[in-house]
Design a protein around this ligand. Structure first.
Ligand code: DOR
Ligand code: ZN
Ligand code: ZN
Length: 449
């Protein structure tokens, strides 16, 4: 028997731990994990000296398609994913139209399906929308739903009453509710203070959007969710106080999970002074103490998910913020650099390789109903694999990125640890620094029942 691919000699992260093994791939699936006697293959990939991981499942990206082609599209965004070892992206609902109806959901699926190089899923929107629409979007394959509490995205912002009702419904449908936990009321009032104080400098974004905005919103969501059976997931956590709440809710037996990104793990509010609007994100960057708490929570399990929150804007849009920080939108180009930056963190003993795989692949796959098809190297799973060289140095330059924006909040950062090959369902889509995947190869991922 000749199979399609054997990946040989790599140090492989399996659910049972890290071992030297050979992975046998045929027809897009992992059909063997063996120490020796592997079958003949059309292609043998020698991964000696490298680590072999399941492909990353990035459950929080904004690829801006359809809606904002000047910022990103599914082809450019998934080229970046391929180069960053991400084999499945799950796109947020704030596209245009927002994915809050069956029609918008299906249209998005047909538009981006022709462009995606990697597998993809969608989050539905759960703002002030009829429950009938949530049911339909769920049926159509949304892996989860997202609500904002701030009014920034109209159809996606929910009042407390709506939130409670949607939580009840999503508990019934067995789909997680992801929340952008910032209090609209507090954010707006602090904003008035910033304007009254005449502040327009980058630090104002952090000072006038303090942790209490996030802490109050997290507590409110946890309180409402406790009345229902919903799985509540708090997106992009930044504040130690919010981590305490999630930890407490988990200890009380509530189904609450947390997520964070490299933005908050690697930057603090001091970064605003250096990088200005490039580092502007919502919620904003916090203190060193908050950052330490995030690392602790990521390692002890309180925070179970790492996601990029890739949210690109154009250079022109971002640079407006150098004069007045409030003229720059919040969000940045992150997807391609998340894995290298985290491999560097592994090299610096801030997290283990096994834990990185859990938070950036296994847990997001599970949470979005894609496990065991995605999220681990195991028999019968899709052959979504990223081979990494832990010794390969990187020096981040916006101009070298695959996304259409040649800017990054991580400009000039250096480290060690790079994905060198990415496979999606047994197809090599990134190799030798080149993205060789084809638009349209990526397939829509329906969550498993
Ligand atoms: O910084 C952010 N950017 N936070 C969000 O919640 C939305 C995102 C975006 O879509 O730009
Ligand atoms: Zn958000
Ligand atoms: Zn986001």
């Amino acid at each position: 028997m000749t199979v399609d691919i054997v990946i040989k000699n790599g140090l492989t992260v399996l659910p049972s731990g890290i071992t030297q093994s050979n992975i046998v791939i045929d027809k897009g699936k992992i059909i063997g994990i063996v120490k020796s006697n592997e079958p003949k293959a059309d292609r043998v990939i020698d991964a000696a000296g490298k680590v072999v991981l399941p492909g990353m499942v990035d459950m929080h990206v904004h690829l801006r398609d359809p809606g904002f082609p000047e910022r990103e599209n599914f082809e450019s965004g998934t080229r970046a994913a391929a180069a960053g070892g991400v084999t499945t992206v799950i796109d947020m609902p704030n596209t245009v139209p927002a994915t809050v109806t069956l029609k918008a959901f299906n249209e998005k699926k047909s538009i981006v399906g022709k462009k995606s190089l990697v597998d993809f899923g969608f989050i539905g929107g759960a703002g002030e929308v009829p429950q009938k629409d949530i049911r339909e979007v769920s049926e159509a394959g949304a892996t989860a739903f997202k609500s904002f509490l701030i009014a920034r995205f109209k159809e996606l912002a929910a009042s407390d009453y709506t939130l409670l009702k949607h939580m009840e419904l999503l508990g019934e449908l067995d789909k997680p509710l992801l929340v952008h936990a910032e209090s609209g009321v507090l954010v707006d009032k602090f904003m008035e203070e910033a304007v009254a104080a005449g502040r327009t400098d980058p630090m104002a974004h952090c000072e006038f959007r303090p942790p209490i905005c996030e802490i109050e919103a997290t507590m409110r969501c946890v309180t409402l969710a406790a009345e229902t059976d919903v799985h509540l997931h708090i997106c992009h956590m930044t504040a130690a106080g919010a981590v305490d709440i999630v930890e407490w809710a988990q200890a009380m037996g509530q189904n609450v999970t947390g997520e964070t990104s490299t933005n908050y793990l690697l930057f603090t509010q001091d970064t605003m002074k250096e990088r200005g609007p490039y580092a502007k994100v919502d919620p904003p960057l916090r203190t060193k103490d908050d950052q330490l708490r995030l690392w602790e929570a990521l390692n002890d399990g309180t925070i179970g998910v790492l996601a990029s929150d890739h949210a690109p804007y154009t250079k022109e849009e971002k640079e407006r913020g150098f004069d007045n920080i409030y003229d720059a939108p919040s969000g940045g180009v992150v997807i391609e650099t998340t894995l290298p930056l985290m491999l560097d963190a592994v090299n610096n003993d801030k997290i283990s390789l096994e834990r990185l795989v859990e938070v950036f692949s296994t847990n997001p796959a599970q949470m979005n109903g894609l496990y065991p098809r995605k999220g681990d190297i195991m028999l019968g799973a899709d052959a979504d694999i990223v081979i990494c060289d832990m010794d390969k140095a990187f020096h981040i330059k916006g101009e070298n990125l695959q996304t259409i924006q040649k800017i990054t909040p991580y400009e000039d950062m250096k480290g060690k640890g790079m994905p060198v090959m990415t496979l999606v369902r047994g197809e090599v889509i990134f190799e030798d620094g080149q993205v060789i995947g084809k638009p349209g190869y990526g397939s829509f991922q329906m969550p498993l029942e």
